[in-house]
Design a protein around this ligand. Sequence first.
Ligand SMILES: C[S@@+](CC[C@H](N)C(=O)[O-])C[C@H]1O[C@@H](n2cnc3c(N)ncnc32)[C@H](O)[C@@H]1O
Length: 243
Amino acid sequence: MPDDAEVSRETPPPPPTVEGVFASRTALAERYAGLLATEGVIRGLIGPREAPRLWERHLLNCAVLADLLPEDTDVCDLGSGAGLPGLVLAIRRPDLRVTLVEPLLRRTTFLEEVVADLGLSHVTVIRGRAEDLHGLHEFSAVTSRALAPLPRLLDWSMPLVQAGGSLLAMKGSSVREEIEAAREPLRRHGGGAVEVLTVGVGIIDPPTTVLRVESTRSSRLGLGDVPRKDGASPRRPSRRRRK
Ligand SMILES: C[S@@+](CC[C@H](N)C(=O)[O-])C[C@H]1O[C@@H](n2cnc3c(N)ncnc32)[C@H](O)[C@@H]1O
C-alpha cells in the first residue's frame, strides 16, 4: 500500500457512461470531480484512496438517485459532507431546488465554494444539524448517504419530509434487516409505504440501493420548533441563499 502522500490526486478520466447520465451537464460534473480530487483530498473531505474511484463509487453512484426525483422537486440532503449526493443531484438536475445541510464549517465552506464555482443558483447551503430544521422547514424529498443507522436517520429525516413526500436514503445490502429492526420508529414517524429500490442497473456495478419511506403525517410547520429530545432549544441554523 502506498502512503497517503503517494496516492495520486489526479482526477480520473470519466467512464463512457458519464455522458449518458449527465448529458449537457457533463462538463459541470467533471469540474466537480476535479475539485473533489484536488481540494477535497487536500482538505481531508475525501480520502486520498477515493480519488481514483471517484466516478463509480461517488458521482455515478449518487447521480442515479436522481431517477427517483420528479421534476421541480424540493430536495434536502442531510449530512452532505463534500456534496454527496446533494451536489451531484443539483449538477445533474437544474430543475430541482436543493438544500444541503451539514454541521461542519470546513465542509460547508467547501460546499459554498463549489456552488459558486459551478454557478449552481438552485442550491442553498445550511450550516447546521438536521434536528435544527425540525418544525422550520419541510421538503418533498429528504436524501442522505452514510448519515446514521436507520432509527436515528428516521429521527433526523422524517420530521423534514412533507406529507406525501419521501425519505430517500442510499443504503447498503443489509437494508432489509435494518427496516425490520426499525418498525417502531417507522410507525412513530408516520412512515407509510416502505420500499427498497435499485437504481443505476447497467450504469454502475453494483447498482445503488435506496430506501424510500413515504411520509403520511401532517405538517408540523407553524407549530413552533419541535422540542429536542435533550430538552435544549433548537439552535438556529445559518442559511445562505446564493442568487
Ligand atoms: C459519513 S459522512 C457522509 C457524508 C456524505 N453524505 C457522503 O456520503 O460522502 C456523515 C456526514 O453527516 C454529517 N452529520 C453528522 N451529524 C449530523 C446531523 N445531526 N445532521 C446533519 N448532518 C450531520 C457529518 O458532519 C458528515 O459530514
